[in-house]
Design a protein around this ligand. Sequence first.
Ligand SMILES: Nc1ncnc2c1ncn2[C@@H]1O[C@H](COP(=O)(O)OP(=O)(O)O)[C@@H](O)[C@H]1O
Ligand SMILES: [Mg+2]
Length: 403
Amino acid sequence: MIRAEQKLSMIARHAPMGLAEIDGEGEIIEMNLKGESLLKPVIIAHDLNGNNFHEILDHIAPGVTEKIKSAGEEAGHILANEPYSFYLNFGGEQIERHFNFTIIKLSVDCIIICFHDLTQKRHKENAIHDLINERSIIQGKFEIACNILHDIGNAIVGFGAYVNRIRRSLDQVNPANLQKLTEFMAAQQAELNSLIGDAKGDALVKMLAGINDAQKVLLDEIRKSVTEQHNIITHVQDILTIQRQYVAGNETQEQKPVNLRSIITDCMSMVYASIEKRAIIVSVNIPDVMPVIKGDRTRLMQVILNIMKNSIEAIDITASEKTIAMNLSIQKDMLVFQVKDNGHGFDEATGKQLFERGFTTKASGSGLGLHSCRSIIESHDGTIAITSEGFGKGALTTITFKI
Ligand SMILES: Nc1ncnc2c1ncn2[C@@H]1O[C@H](COP(=O)(O)OP(=O)(O)O)[C@@H](O)[C@H]1O
Ligand SMILES: [Mg+2]
């Protein structure tokens, strides 16, 4: 019997939670080791003598002392697993603690208090909570960013198309007609004067010359402004592409039916300004009927845009012949897209490094383009390869997709 009691008391003494027995007045009759170590900081911080649990409780869990005092005669739970938070003041620093209490009344003079320190657990929970919050905020921001980029991208493509239309219309305006009319009228000055009088004749010819000059200036202005708008659109599109690449690393991948033909056409309109500026002759060959593949349109656009840009950038602006040929074809169960340029190409050693992250031969290149192209294409179950017969001999980029 004694052995059993000893065992129990040993278990209680070394239990991993604080255990205390107090009497009706709060005097501590017995307390285990864990209890002593948990309460010690409270006793020191509030300069207590440490003999009365009620005094200690008043600093940890205000109101609990009253609950104990006002509990009825019969035995039972006064508190069951109740959490309490309090602050300890150490050298001016407020330290937050979280304790959890279970209080059981056995008799008027025997109350058992069991308590845990939950501070660390709380901290961990809070940290996890903060992390989850932070993640969802970041995710939310990325979703908003994706939508905005997508919307601006769409608006810019539309804007670009209108600017192109204005440009084409301008090309059809022929200022030479007005010029000829002005010259013709000037040549007929004498006859005109005899018909409608000197003053009116002179005025008419002068007015026509003025209109002609103003028209020329105006047309020049509009042309300049349209070209400028084109450059701005290209610039904004470049920024959007970079931002998209950044966001793409954080967005979940979507695989929807996509039409490569429309992706190629959209990309073409995005690089149109630089092609025109360099006077590169571009041919595009796409069959009328094209199978639809599954993929992420934005990412595939990123790939094709990057390949077109690499070809454009490989062509020397002073070269006499500047060509890019694009070809989309079906070969067995494959959809094959090829971009062939007659730019500077590359030697064998360079060829081996093209897809390495950060590899670039350009002064202001990032070397990220082909690296991300490859991971995008591979995530679409496709392949990408670039070949060249040597430096100065152009390059051929080939992308394949399974149909
Ligand atoms: N069509 C091409 N002709 C010649 N070299 C190319 C071609 N495409 C890519 N390259 C080479 O591959 C390198 C890496 O391309 P990329 O990853 O897109 O990075 P960046 O364009 O920023 O240099 C380029 O710097 C260039 O040397
Ligand atoms: Mg590139």
